[in-house]
Ligand binder design. Structure first.
Ligand code: FAQ
Length: 315
């Protein structure tokens, strides 16, 4: 097939909601967009382990500690599936990590905020994982097979994470007045950054139109943000907590909640590297990578030895 026929076949597969697989021909822009998005997603999972990891040793009970450790381990697993999905596009994991470590690839803005209280474990689960689910469930139908398949398992685990966060906040909110205040203070800090996770507004989102045409994104940033607000407001009522937005109000005609203006200047500063914890997160990530050098070397030495052995067996 020549290039024109390849492009036609690709367009037909996408139009028909079929999957593109690693060995299929794909436009270079499609490949690059997927590498950018999947890598950013993988980096988010790995960096996202830090804000919660900080609280494992301070969890208030053995049960809470075990749950939090399992959650953070799940995030490592999500990162690994996603790096593997990105590698099917012809890029090496070490290159992706290098781009993260040198600031050439992004990770989610949300992980540049500090975790100041135990209630933040609840807010991260309820709001951050809640937003992640709303954003990620449609990616299970992404046109690129390996990304879509990785997303199915990730979403199942995220849904457990969201419930554990809700349960922490429910417990605190219905506990002592001090615990209730801690939960409320935490939700107040995480609400607006959670809305920013969906990305810039549609009229300022350079990648959305093309990504939607390619079936990588299924909904626009603003559509998903609205879906999250509509889903979360009633849950806040069940929790007995308020959301820090005086303009939040149900529009009886549309059935959607109206909400106040997001501080996009803050968002831009955070993604440029000037958020409260950007420097700390990257420093710690690079440190962990450097500390793990011996594991990579040992794995390579073992792989070389196995290869030599199996060559000997063949000879
Ligand atoms: N943070 O044109 P768009 C998790 C960048 S969940 C940082 O709209 P696009 C689970 C964007 O990359 C979090 N940067 O871009 C967890 C682009 O810059 P570039 C991860 C952002 O790609 C929970 C520029 O702005 N989830 O980790 C953000 O079409 C709890 C223009 O934006 C995913 O990554 C942001 N929030 O749409 C773990 C989901 N928003 O790359 C631990 C998959 C935008 O051109 C604990 N990703 N930018 O230099 C997506 O759905 C999309 O990539 C969007 C952005 C919606 C994030």
């Amino acid at each position: 097939m020549d290039d024109v026929q390849q492009q036609e076949r690709f367009d037909a597969l996408v139009a028909d909601d079929q999957r593109i697989e690693p060995r299929d021909w794909m436009p270079e822009g499609y490949r690059k967009t997927l590498i950018r998005q999947i890598a950013q997603h993988a980096h988010s999972e790995i960096i996202g382990m830090q804000p919660e990891g900080n609280w494992i040793s301070q969890a208030p009970s053995l049960r809470r500690k075990a749950i939090l450790m399992a959650k953070v381990q799940d995030e490592a697993g999500h990162g690994l599936y996603l790096y593997s999905a990105a590698e099917t596009l012809g890029i090496d994991r070490s290159e992706l990590l290098d781009m993260l470590h040198t600031g050439r690839q992004k990770y989610s803005s949300i992980f540049n905020y500090p975790t100041l209280s135990w209630a933040d474990m609840g807010s991260i689960g309820w709001l951050v994982d809640g937003a992640a689910i709303v954003n990620q469930v449609p990616i299970c139908r992404c046109s690129y097979g390996p990304y879509a398949r990785a997303m199915v398992r990730i979403c199942k685990e995220e849904s457990f994470h969201q419930r554990q966060g809700f349960e922490i906040l429910h417990h605190l909110s219905h506990g002592t007045p001090e615990q209730h205040a801690m939960a409320q203070e935490s939700v107040n800090r995480w609400w607006w950054p959670s809305l920013m996770m969906f990305g810039p507004p549609d009229d300022a989102s350079p990648n959305s139109a093309q990504s939607m045409a390619w079936g990588i994104k299924r909904h626009s940033n603003d559509e998903l943000r609205q879906r999250f607000v509509d889903m979360t407001v009633p849950q806040a009522q069940v929790l007995g907590l308020t959301l820090p937005d005086p303009e939040l109000e149900l529009d009886e005609e549309t059935g959607h909640y109206r909400f106040g203006e997001i501080d996009w200047t803050e968002f831009m500063e955070v993604i440029k590297g000037n958020g409260p914890c950007n420097a700390e997160r990257i420093e710690r990530r690079v440190g962990a990578h450097d500390d793990g050098a011996w594991v990579r070397e040992a794995a390579m030495a073992y792989a070389d030895k196995q290869a030599t052995r199996s060559q000997g067996a063949v000879a």
